[in-house]
Design a protein. Structure first.
Length: 208
């Protein structure tokens, strides 16, 4: 069998096992590993009381995890367990877009979730148009580069007009991915200056 035939078979088997129709033909049904479950649990345990303690400040939590930990998949599971429907992923390494897209669009746990990103091919609609067309009653993940979405317009010094919609949305969760690739550039320092001042109010999960 070729790849597509094998994928279809796996999809059918998963549908029987879970007794769901799996309308989107998703083929993955892998549970979290213990270390991923631990990260999600610890984050939730920190987040909920921190949110209640200060409703005007978003709790911040660091995952300092080893390579191949599966931070993408675990982040989505965290969002699902917390009931978040608007997730913004800002990365310092745009090449990881494929991993974020595939984890969301192929796993059965995220049936109905929508992925929005910059067009990858000529003729595709823009990210803001994708958001305008998205089903707002279902979870939406917007993926973009830190440099693009939080960059400024050279002419005005303000937000880039094409990105105004990103700044207008009240995101339930903001994920900074591949932080170490650009944490110390000037734009990053400006953004995280406030975070550095509030370190005593943040926490971290470390898995080596």
């Amino acid at each position: 069998f070729g790849y597509e035939e094998t994928k279809d078979q796996i999809t059918a088997i998963n549908a029987v096992k879970t007794r769901t129709e799996n309308a989107e033909n998703r083929s993955l049904n892998i549970p979290m590993r213990p270390e991923q479950e631990a990260a999600v649990k610890k984050t939730i345990e920190y987040y909920k009381p921190a949110q209640k303690e200060n409703v005007n400040k978003a709790p911040k939590f660091l995952w300092n995890a080893k390579m191949r930990f599966g931070k993408t998949f675990a982040s989505y599971q965290l969002a699902k367990q917390m009931g978040f429907k608007r997730i913004l992923v800002l990365t310092f390494k745009p090449a990881v877009q494929t991993a974020w897209r595939e984890d969301l669009l192929t796993h059965m746990d995220f049936e109905g979730w929508q992925f929005i990103s910059r067009p990858m091919n000529v003729g595709e609609i823009s990210a803001d148009e994708q958001y305008a067309r998205a089903d707002k009653s279902k979870p939406i993940v917007c993926f973009g580069s830190f440099q693009d979405y939080l960059g400024v317009d050279n002419a005005t010094g303000g937000i880039k007009p094409k990105n105004e919609w990103v700044h207008e949305i009240q995101w339930d969760l903001v994920v900074f991915d591949e932080y170490h690739y650009g944490a110390w550039n000037d734009n990053s320092k400006k953004l995280f200056a406030e975070i550095d001042e509030e370190k005593e109010q943040s926490s971290a999960f470390d898995h080596n």
